[in-house]
Design a protein around this ligand. Structure first.
Ligand code: HPA
Length: 274
């Protein structure tokens, strides 16, 4: 089993050395959204490969780099390029990136991703604020020994995406003229996209959009007492809904376009922090 604590401690030391003490916001940027980190100022980069024991990513568009700096004058640490369960990482390893960010004690962890829209009114290019999630992977990043300093063995998950933070994001969206949907995110392990039958099952379960990330990070943050704001970029209609086959290139492309609006939304939220 990976010694998660040592990896996190080593990473925190490196990031604090780069100026990342108690950032206002920690940010995880999903597929095709890394360019949002380019808007940051006064940046220092710590690449994942510089952190001993950090799990390497293997997916195009996901190279791991922590960017320390400011956005709209607020201190931010952004992780561009995440790791996914389908790469073969053990559950507790999947939690490492969010553990690192949350150990820096940000006021909030903002997580972004690309997702397939299941609810009929969610169309490619939409942004969806995550109201809650359903973990369909049957795995948890909290499996294995609990580190009591981080949180309890059996943490409550009834308020992962707190209403007060979602209210703030919705207000920032309307103030900046960015349309924002809201819904429940379902997390699958992937890497295969879903079958149409799986999508019908998810719809019946109350899932509005599906993706292969975010939930392990949100679980870890909640375990550590850090509130989470999640935004999905709807990159495609989920399997069987549009008559088209799903392709990773399409996901990257749609995310890049909608990502510009997501960038404006994030700036607006930062602006609301005071
Ligand atoms: N399914 C799962 N993950 C995804 C999808 C999808 O349709 N789109 C982007 N990530």
């Amino acid at each position: 089993m990976t010694d998660v604590l040592s990896v996190v401690q080593a990473a925190v030391e490196k990031l604090e050395g780069a100026g990342a003490t108690a950032p206002r916001v920690a940010l995880i940027l999903g597929s095709g959204l890394g360019h949002i980190a380019d808007r940051m100022e006064g940046t220092t980069r710590v690449t994942a490969s510089d952190i001993p024991g950090y799990p390497p990513s293997t997916v195009e568009g996901h190279d791991g780099v922590f960017v320390v700096g400011t956005l709209d004058g607020k201190s931010v640490v952004a992780l561009s390029g995440r790791i996914h369960g389908y790469e073969g990482h053990a559950p507790e390893v999947l939690g490492i990136p969010a553990r690192i960010l949350c150990a820096l004690e940000p006021e909030v962890l903002i997580v972004t991703n690309a997702a397939g829209g299941i609810r009929d009114d969610l169309v490619p290019g939409d942004l969806m604020l995550i109201a809650d999630h359903v973990n369909l992977t049957a795995l948890s990043p909290l499996m294995g020994a609990n580190i009591d300093a981080w949180g309890p063995r059996f943490p409550d998950m009834s308020d992962v995406y707190p209403t007060s933070w979602r209210d703030r994001m919705r207000a920032a969206a309307s103030a900046s003229g960015v349309p924002l949907q809201e819904g429940v995110y379902g997390c699958v392990s992937g890497p295969q996209y879903e079958t149409p039958a799986e999508i019908r099952a998810m719809r019946a379960m109350g899932i509005d959009a599906v993706g292969m990330s975010t939930v392990p990070e949100a679980i870890v943050a909640s375990h550590m007492g850090i509130p989470v704001l999640g935004v999905s970029v709807i990159s495609n209609k989920a399997a069987g809904m549009s008559g088209e086959k799903l392709a990773h290139e399409e996901v990257l492309e749609a995310s890049a376009t909608a990502g510009r609006r997501l960038g404006s939304l994030l700036l607006a939220v930062l602006g609301s922090l005071g």
